[in-house]
Design a protein around this ligand. Structure first.
Ligand code: NDP
Length: 495
């Protein structure tokens, strides 16, 4: 059953008469999921106006009170977890355990951020002068734009919205068009929790129209964007014209370094989960296995044998290992890379679209493994699908060189029993995240998340680091000496 959604502006769901609409479909069945307003620049203007109007009162609401509203949002989300988890799976195709996991991560993050309402610490710092008191306080930026992708369709919106709201900002939110129902349901959760009108606004529609209008509007003081590197670069450039803070979380080409002394059965499960979880459509997905020549062949055999017992199919069935990819566009792009791989590398597993029976209704691909030299396109470009490039190396040093020789730097992992080598890898891998003896995926909300190089522009989401993305630091001096005391003046030469 297709559900119809409107825009959420100034606390009201509205569907402008005669508005163009677009739909989302279930990538496993192509059944319609939702129908949405294709927002216009006028809709964005109204939403930003509502957010600007709501800002002064929300800013003045004590942060612990804002935290109470967030805690209520977490409670509502918990109550709706089963239903929302199914919606995630129906709208983007990840298996139901991951759909529910997406919602659980949302709950965890909102709860975590609600507690931040009782922290939002500044600093007190001694003055160089007598009877002078110095401190810093955190203040919200104002109206912020949150633009999100489809692969974590409730978690990523919540990472942004909950952090923005607890710090006193008001929000204009544009979800990925592919997962607009998940985005709209996230907004309904906050509405049910009692977020005041105008504090959180939703405009669905394309990145080119709605996303762009948010980025360039001078009333928007910060943009938090997660998506592809090309779109991110574009958003950064246009945001820069308004000198606004633009936070970017972009692509990845995440390596697992498998050393000759690794626990191979442990690594096997980690590589499978990292490469084929969410059909390889996580920004932290394991897309490169950089493996020591001493275990290369034996590990590849373990991997391909194990894949023979890996089920691809109905993502709502809890026994399924991997669901469809998220859309026809995704399928086309991934199959394009598989074609490239066939020309430049050796196919070791999969490499085709699954057909016949229920497969014909959706976008199902085989888990795919290529054996390749470092430097090929499939070994360096982000594919964002269930395609693993296996690269053979002769030493740890070569593994690190290969790992670092890509434009991205999000996640990374090393499997080894050598503690010295593990610590060297922590130091030497160019990535925002390094795992030891664990897959490249598995963020926890209380820790910072983000990458280096073309994965972003230096910011971090989640953890306490997220607070900094949505606040300005105000420095305060209180002079209680009752006389003019001069800083920045050389005391010996002063009259
Ligand atoms: P896109 O970059 O295509 O889209 C992301 C969001 O930006 C969508 O809401 C999209 O709208 C919007 N958008 C697209 N173009 C513009 C624009 N010019 N101006 C403003 N907004 C725009 O990415 P995908 O949704 O396809 O997501 C996949 C990408 O996201 C991958 O590269 C992946 O690595 C990255 N990603 C990174 C993560 C990280 O934390 N580092 C986490 C998850 C994903 P619309 O949907 O309407 O096109």
């Amino acid at each position: 059953m297709e559900q119809e959604y409107g825009l959420f502006i100034d606390g009201k769901w509205t569907a402008p008469p005669g508005a163009n609409r677009f739909r989302t479909i279930n990538p496993a069945t192509r059944e319609p999921v939702g129908s949405f307003v294709a927002g216009t620049t006028g809709d964005v203007d109204r939403a930003i106006g509502a957010a600007a109007k709501a800002f002064p009162a929300w800013k003045e609401t004590p942060a612990p009170k804002r935290g109470e509203i967030l805690l209520e949002a977490a409670r509502v989300m918990k109550q709706r977890k089963a239903e929302l988890g199914r919606l995630v799976t129906r709208e983007m195709g990840k298996v139901i355990g991951e759909g529910l996991g997406d919602v659980q991560e949302s709950i965890d993050f909102i709860e975590y951020m609600s507690g931040e309402g009782r922290r939002l610490f500044g600093e007190t710092v001694p003055s160089e002068l007598r009877s002078k008191f110095c401190l810093t306080v955190l203040q919200p930026k104002g109206v912020v734009a949150c633009i999100t992708p489809w692969n974590f369709p409730t978690a990523i919106p919540n990472w942004k919205i909950a952090a923005a709201l607890i710090t006193g900002n008001t929000v204009v939110f544009k979800p990925a068009s592919n997962t607009a129902a998940c985005g709209a349901e996230v907004v309904k959760v906050y509405e049910a929790a009692g977020v005041p009108p105008g504090v959180l606004n939703l405009v669905t529609g394309s990145g080119a129209v709605v996303g762009n209008a948010m980025v360039v509007d001078p009333r928007v003081r910060a943009v938090s964007f997660t998506g592809g590197t090309d779109a991110g670069r574009d958003v950064y450039v246009r945001g820069a014209q308004g000198l606004k803070m633009v936070h970017l979380e972009l692509g990845g080409k995440n390596p697992v370094l498998l050393m000759e002394d690794a626990d191979l059965p442990l690594a096997l499960e980690g590589v499978l989960f990292g490469a084929f979880g969410t059909s390889g459509q996580r920004c932290t997905a394991t897309s490169r296995l950089i493996v020591h020549e001493k275990v290369h062949e034996s590990f590849l055999k373990m991997l391909t044998d194990r894949l023979d017992r890996f089920s691809v199919g109905d993502p709502l069935d809890p026994k399924t290992g991997m669901g469809p990819v998220a859309s026809a566009d995704q399928e086309k792009k991934i199959l394009g890379y598989i074609e490239i791989g066939r020309k430049e590398a050796t196919l070791r597993y999969g490499g085709a679209k699954l057909t016949g029976g229920a497969y014909d209704q959706g976008f199902f691909l085989q888990p795919t493994i290529f054996e390749t030299k470092h430097g090929t396109r499939i070994s360096k470009e982000e594919i964002f699908g269930p395609v693993l490039s296996v690269i053979r190396v002769g030493s740890y040093e070569e593994a690190v060189r290969v790992a670092n020789d890509v434009e991205y730097g999000l996640s990374s992992s090393i499997y080894t029993k050598d503690v010295n080598r593990a610590f060297r890898a922590i130091r030497e891998l160019e990535a925002g995240i390094t795992y030891v003896n664990a897959p490249t995926i598995g963020a926890e909300v209380q820790l910072p998340f983000g990458g280096v190089k073309n994965t972003g522009n230096g910011g971090r989401e989640a953890g306490s680091a997220a607070i900094g993305e949505f606040t300005e630091i105000k420095t305060v001096f209180v002079d209680f000496s009752a006389k003019l005391q001069k800083a920045q003046i050389d005391s010996e030469s002063a009259a």
